[in-house]
Ligand binder design. Structure first.
Ligand code: ZN
Length: 482
């Protein structure tokens, strides 16, 4: 599916350079704007789907995409890294270089994302080399973990592991996709290594690799952007990992990356760095209100970029991710949108467009009054046919579809299977049942109001109808009062 005609005038509007010396930039407070996306976890998205996604980024005023790629390309040196992804469109067709060229043609830069010593592709190296695995806080080998790609995180104190990381990442960037604009070196948010050589020195060991890979990249591409986490420089605790950061000298060629859950902002680094990017999860998991708050926070921190996650997954879990056995063997629904066709990206669907308009508008002006946001949203979704009621309905639909959503699971109201699993686990309280029933009633109202309507209102009707239909028959009894 291509972007609707409503987007075209925006997509082709040239950016007007600021002509006044004073006053806010028409592009807003952030020089770097766009989304963090995980190519490696969308095996069903081919080049077309990704080009559509880049179009969406551009239409939303973006000029940057973090394309998380490790585990999602056909590494020649380390085939184990894509063993879980043999059906991935990029593993089969290797389209990412073309995608990056396409993005450049649209004015969008691309950073390749990966995690040192953990996550996709990298953690699978522990399958054949158990001696590479990190040590858990209990002194035993780290437990297997993953999202799509399962394995153990690796120990950065080992010279052979650091050599693997350097060879793998330079292969990804310099051999496969040298047209990319740089790297996001995303420190793990789930595990460190607690072996005798790591523990308090974990980030020092990780830093040895980060410095080496940065130098290798800059030697070949002097202007490459290398985005790193603050843990190597601030010496403060890394949230959730049980180890402290290191205190290494900071090279001002680095750009720094901060998140609410894993890398807390540091004013000193923001001052020193080439750039500072704030990245939260509001477009993927929340509503326009949280998107606005994230924009304000990024501006308050003095970040030069705001690149939140808009990740959608389309892989088939092989493990009970999110602790849920019912997910195993079922393909993930991008953003929880079950009405999408196979391989279709979710970003042009109305509930996603609500958050895209929010991102675009609040990135330009974090202080945008609510009335103006609603006007912009109405114009974007419904053009001249916009009404206050339709805008209310669009916001309500979007809110229902993210309430309770997780990275892996659709909102309970959009997933009878999830509610069934909740009941089996004794987690379906009468309060929750009532809450889901009321949300479903709201969607029934939307379903009735726009039934048989054509575009632009069909986009509002389609998701509501899909949810309402999913509760037909026996499934509906799950929400009945006990
Ligand atoms: Zn270690």
């Amino acid at each position: 599916m291509r972007p609707s005609i409503l987007w075209l005038p925006l997509a082709f509007l040239p950016w007007v350079p600021a002509t006044r010396a004073a006053g806010p930039s028409p592009e807003g407070p952030f020089a770097h704007r766009g989304y963090y996306l995980t190519l490696t976890r969308t095996p069903t998205f081919g080049l077309d789907a990704w080009q559509t996604t880049v179009d969406a980024v551009r239409a939303d005023g973006g000029n940057l995409v973090v394309l998380w790629t490790a585990g999602g390309f056909r590494s020649k040196k380390f085939p184990a890294t894509w063993g879980h992804n043999t059906d991935h469109e990029n593993v089969k067709a290797d389209f990412t270089r073309d995608l990056i060229d396409y993005a450049h043609g649209r004015g969008v830069k691309v950073l390749l994302g990966f995690t040192p010593f953990g996550y996709d592709g990298v953690n699978r190296m522990s399958l054949d080399r158990p001696e590479w695995a990190a040590t858990g806080p209990d002194g035993r080998p780290a437990r297997p973990f993953g999202i799509h790609s399962w394995g153990r995180n690796l120990c950065p104190a080992r010279e052979d592991v650091r050599r693997f990381m350097l060879e793998y990442v330079t292969e990804m960037y310099l051999d496969f996709y040298p047209n990319a604009d740089g790297l996001l070196v995303e420190s793990s948010d789930y595990a460190a290594c607690h072996c005798r050589d790591c523990g308090a020195r974990f980030f020092q060991n990780e830093f040895t690799f980060v410095k080496a890979v940065s130098e290798a990249v800059w030697a070949r591409k002097r202007d490459a952007t290398v985005v790193v986490y603050p843990h190597y420089f601030t010496g403060v605790d890394a949230p959730g990992l049980g180890v402290r950061g290191a205190r290494q000298p900071f090279d001002p060629r680095w750009t720094v990356f901060f998140t609410p859950h894993s890398a807390h902002p540091d004013a000193d680094l923001i001052r020193k760095a080439k750039g500072a990017i704030w990245s939260d999860d509001s477009p993927a998991l929340r509503t326009p209100v949280e998107i606005r708050e994230a924009a304000r926070r990024a501006r308050r921190l003095g970040c030069s970029g705001w690149v939140p996650s808009f990740e959608a997954f389309s892989y088939v879990p092989t493990e009970p991710e999110d602790g849920q056995a019912y997910l195993v063997g079922r393909r993930q629904l991008p953003l929880g949108f079950g009405w999408l066709k196979a391989g279709q990206p979710p970003y042009d669907e109305l509930p996603a467009r609500v958050n895209r308009v929010a991102y675009r508008e609040y990135a330009r002006n974090p202080d945008l009054p609510d009335m103006d946001f609603r006007a912009a949203l109405g114009k974007d979704l419904f053009g001249a046919a916009a009404t206050a009621e339709a805008v209310d309905d669009a916001l309500a639909l979007q809110r229902v579809l993210v309430t309770g959503r997780t990275w892996w699971q659709a909102a309970p109201v959009a997933s009878p299977d999830r509610v069934r699993a909740m009941r089996a686990a004794g987690q379906l309280s009468p309060e929750r049942r009532g809450e889901y029933r009321r949300a479903l009633d709201r969607l029934r109202e939307i379903d009735r109001r726009y039934r048989g309507k054509e575009e632009p209102f069909a986009g509002l009707h389609r998701p509501a109808q899909w949810v309402v239909d999913s509760w037909a028959g026996d499934a509906g009894k799950l929400l009945d009062p006990p």
